[in-house]
Design a protein around this ligand. Sequence first.
Ligand SMILES: Cc1cc2nc3c(=O)[nH]c(=O)nc-3n(C[C@H](O)[C@H](O)[C@H](O)COP(=O)(O)OP(=O)(O)OC[C@H]3O[C@@H](n4cnc5c(N)ncnc54)[C@H](O)[C@@H]3O)c2cc1C
Length: 317
Amino acid sequence: MRSRQAWLELGQQAGVWVNRCGSIHLAYRDDELAVLREFAQAAPDHGIDCRLISADETRRRSTAANPKGLLGGLLSESELCVNPRDASAQIAAWLQRRWGVVFRFGTAVSAIHSEQVHLADGPPSRFDRVIVCGGAEVENLFPEVVRRSGIRLCKLQMLATDPQPGGWRLGPHLAGGLTLRHYASFETCPSLVGLRQRIATETPELDHFGIHVMASQTDDGRVILGDSHEYDEAIDPFDKAEIDRLILRELRKLIALPSWSIDQRWHGVYAKLPSRPILKAEPLPEVHVRTGTGGAGMTLSFGLAESDWDDWDERFG
Ligand SMILES: Cc1cc2nc3c(=O)[nH]c(=O)nc-3n(C[C@H](O)[C@H](O)[C@H](O)COP(=O)(O)OP(=O)(O)OC[C@H]3O[C@@H](n4cnc5c(N)ncnc54)[C@H](O)[C@@H]3O)c2cc1C
């Protein structure tokens, strides 16, 4: 919840578009509904704000959800939506304006040694403390840290529609049964084993490309559609039309959009530490590496940063 509060405050202070749209995981099969029910029952013990809703309530809250065969949904009213392409630049501009943070764009850190950071194109700088958030490229600076950690690289293919006509809005983020096998949070649900087996038998091509599907809408009206997950040696620069086709096939089962016209296709690569939410390492005194947040880095970022800050406050006062 610390991340959520921080995003809301940032929305007000930095002018970042933050939409309190919430999310619904849709259930069309009995095993999907069973997992959602088990998750909703356990949620209060973990401080998670969500509840199971009927098919009727799901339809009232989302006109995009396909009513055919809909059994119900898991509603979270606390989920937010931002447009990362704008948010990153807006946050940097606000940090500069409000807090006098100095940014050096268009250059690379070539090495970090005790007490000095070296840039590719400038004199070295002395430091008291460095926090290295180099994402998937941290390996260039600290290869031994990454090799020891068990970090994996993951490539995702995504798509965006044209802005939807007539100002149509999707409402809550929507995801379906495939998503339940992707996020570790659902692993405590006993019915997940059967759901996984069913999907592996019915649609092995989705497991092969790590596909689960979700849709959300940005302020410009585009609906963002995703995604696939290919790891390590399977990563290459070439996007696969087959993956896009499968994502769209599965999404069309869940949702109806006024326009499916695709405007953009892209892929991204992130670093993921499978065993924990983040990799923390201190390869040199006062050099703190933070990476490996996988597919939840935008969501968790403020909470992770605040917990580090609290630790450092305790250690150094
Ligand atoms: C397609 C895609 C969709 C995603 N969707 C979501 C989502 O819906 N929700 C969510 O919570 N998370 C999502 N994520 C994950 C999220 O984006 C990552 O977890 C997060 O960006 C990781 O942050 P980071 O700061 O560790 O690394 P990054 O965001 O990768 O930032 C690292 C930066 O450091 C720079 N850098 C690296 N080395 C150097 C160097 N030597 N010198 C100078 N600069 C350097 C890189 O160029 C990069 O700009 C998604 C990721 C992808 C790829």
